[in-house]
Design a protein around this ligand. Sequence first.
Ligand code: ADP
Ligand code: MG
Length: 713
Amino acid sequence: MDLNTELSAIQGVGEKFSAKLQKLNIRTVRDLLWHFPFRYEDYSRVLPIGELEVGQTATVQGRIHQLNTRRTWKKNLLITEAIIVDDTGGIKAVWFNQPYINNVLREGGQYNFAGKVTGSKREVYLASPSYEPLNKLGRGETKHTAGLIPIYPETRGLTSKGLRYLVKPILKSVGAIEDFIPQEILRENKLPDLSVALRRIHFPLKLEDAEIAKKRFAFEDLFLLQLNNLKLKSQLSQKQAIPLKIEEQELANLIEQLPFKLTSSQKESLGEIISDLQNPHPMNRLLQGDVGSGKTVIAAVAAIVAAKNGHQAVFMAPTEVLAGQHYRTITNIFDDFQEGIALLTANKAEVFYGRNLGAKTSKAKLLKEAADGKIKIIIGTHAVIQKGVSFNRLALAIVDEQHRFGVAQRAMLATGEKKAAPDSDLLPHFLSMSATPIPRTLSLTVFGDLDLSTITELPAGRKEIITKVVDPKNRAKAYDFIREQIQKGRQAFVICPRIEPGAVKEGEILSEAKKKALELKSVKEEFEKLSKKIFPDLRVVMLHGKMKGKEKDQIMKEFQDHKHDILISTSVIEVGVDVPNATIMMIEGSDRFGLAQLYQFRGRVGRGEHQSFCLLFTDSDSANAQKRLNFLVKAKNGFELAEKDLQLRGPGQFLGESQAGLPDVAMDALKDIQLVKATRDAAKKILSDDPEFSAYPLLKKRFQEFQKEIHLE
Ligand code: ADP
Ligand code: MG
């Protein structure tokens, strides 16, 4: 037997059992052994029956004095009861609807029973305890009782007990498994080798052992990820790109054209980008900075630099609204730019050639001018990477709100199919932008192939946004306050967690979760309520993701032009939208959103000269939700919140579904900066000593498999 042995080929694993295992994606010995417990039941205390107390989790050793199964009429339950006795006393054990237990256990037999002591003073019993005959087993050989009992992710008809039955003997039969992590790395990081770690993660003697074993597996995943990223990075640095030059004076002139002075960290970031662009190797840089920190103009300057070199730049944004906004920003600032700047979305095609020449155009014409190289800068949604779009000399690709795009979409721009020039090996320089600050552990792992530029400050003069969690009973007051602001000439956003009110089917029995969900405010209901009842005299409009792009653009544009006072929206406005006159951000069901997301919402206001406010509504009285919202009230910057979100909600939301393919232990470990650094150091060292892993054939093989796995995701 080895790790690749199919479980169905093992004696005693029948067809039915295999089918159930497959539901958990367990086919081979490897799958089984890597199906880790997510917790352990502590039965390490073997206690005299006479000393048991209600609430304890314990193992007792005793003889079955009496055993029977009966049916209760009221609930139609089958109840199996056993009286267990030892020298100090007796206790009842009770199982529900498991009549077979009556046949498995034997009156008079000696067993270990492990479970929770339940009941009242009057009647105490062991609830559904695990059991194991005593006479057959020597010490330290128990699987289900007396010690730390592994609890696994289960599926219908396959319990942790069933899994334990299988894991224990198989662990023994596979024997020692050679570790692909080099011994010196294990030693340096004080980690157990693979065989030991496997035994300890399944059947630890103490919890610390399990923890260290888990760390070994987390290390493994992160180490592979680091190797992969560092390799990508070094490969990229060997590829060729078009160097984009610009004289200092010319750059200064460009910056001079901006309607404001750059902040010092904007300057610094722009400097880093410009210096990368001059290299004959592709840039791969992430520009991060809080909402409103002014990333767009930095990217715009980079795009103009590419154009001034006679090359093309493409600028991709996640929504039509944002793409349109970027297009307007660039054409407004660089309004004397005579070369083509185009906007391309599913519904729009526009080209701008210098002042007064902005015009709608046909999509076909736009595509032709892009392919000819006449258009120098194309701004748009993912329409810009669709089939049929080709470039003449693409030198720079920019992706805004990069976390909104999948790996494949980004890769298309960064590495592959859109070549810098047809028939060349040249790659475009790649700049991504994000307002969701990436926690440090993630920038060192998942995003480890990127160089980082960070804008650390907001433009001067921005006032702090006053943020309040509003008690439901103060809702009317909040509405009064909004009215006051609007009468002063300001505008307000109202965010709801969903579009439609929840529907209930006839006769449907509602779960607690569903009841909660039904209470969530919807855009459509709130629109009805606010436009007809609360603010009938104000101009209220709604926006949501089910609307056509054109319609959304229209509404957004009207809101920017102050044709509406209140915009009710789903999270579609999360990213980027700029309306300096809006001073109120009211968020319904705010506990439903991640902190980083709330932070983004809040960043929609406070963009102009007026004092702005963020009002957080929640019907959740859970202490946790309140605590989370209070972080938002207090947080100084997005980084702080991102770190908090990582601790509270895990890394999923930073990675998006496309990258969430990491195993759970590794996901968990992304919170551990020490471990992350250790894996990075180890990966760096081995890549500098032996980049082809010649001395480590096992590692070489495992790494190749890992690359394949990542590629498939
Ligand atoms: P984000 O980083 O969130 O993408 P934007 O690029 O949309 O931010 O910028 C937000 C607003 O701040 C825009 O209206 C932009 O014109 C303005 N802005 C950018 N940089 C500065 C600056 N240095 N001084 C003043 N306003 C600025
Ligand atoms: Mg932006």
